[in-house]
Design a protein around this ligand. Structure first.
Ligand code: ZN
Length: 180
């Protein structure tokens, strides 16, 4: 198992549109394991492959505190959505930023598990919101896209400043080249 690097806004690679998962092999299982390790270490409750620079339609989720409900969704499709509501969201690719986003609070999803077996599942509340948030990543979309452009620019500047402050003196921070 290995920790993967999580891309951070405004890295342009987060804007890639993911392609369907077509091969369910040992490499995919390893990727899923590495994504769980990376998500739990962050810590976070959801992670899309796009965020670790793998542009395939794969996402994982575990909203429990004791890591007891690991869920894997390959090629997810939302079949039904109900009850729009607002919840505060955060994102491992937009560290330290939280804001309210309006989404369906109940959904039915069809996906494939890590072995390619098709399943359907009803999700509600935080699980429903998390799934929609992670599915946005597969389209190259981030939760800050739902905020005003003013707010988004402020967030971008704040994160860029934090990355500059974090970088060793005299060295450009990772991602600086793309963000200019
Ligand atoms: Zn996210």
């Amino acid at each position: 198992m290995a920790l993967l690097e999580i891309l951070e806004f405004p890295d342009p690679r987060l804007r890639n549109r993911a392609v369907p998962v077509t091969v369910f092999d040992a490499a995919l299982l390893r990727l899923v394991d590495d994504m769980f390790e990376t998500m739990y270490a962050a810590p976070g409750i959801g992670l899309a492959a796009s965020q670790v620079n793998v542009h395939q339609r794969l996402l994982i989720m575990d909203v429990t505190e004791d890591h007891s409900e690991p869920l894997v969704f390959c090629n997810p499709e939302i079949l039904a959505r109900e009850e729009v509501g607002v919840m505060e969201e955060g994102c491992l690719s937009v560290p330290g930023i939280y804001d309210e986003v309006e989404r369906a609070q109940r959904i039915r999803v069809r996906a494939q598990d890590r072995h390619g077996v098709v399943f359907e599942r009803d999700l509600e509340g935080i699980r429903a919101v998390c799934l929609q948030h992670e599915m946005d990543h597969l389209e190259g979309k981030l939760f800050v896209d739902y905020l005003s452009s003013l707010k988004r620019d402020r967030i971008r500047r704040k994160l860029e400043k934090e990355r500059r402050d974090r970088a060793p003196a005299g060295r450009a921070p990772a991602g600086a080249a793309q963000s200019r």
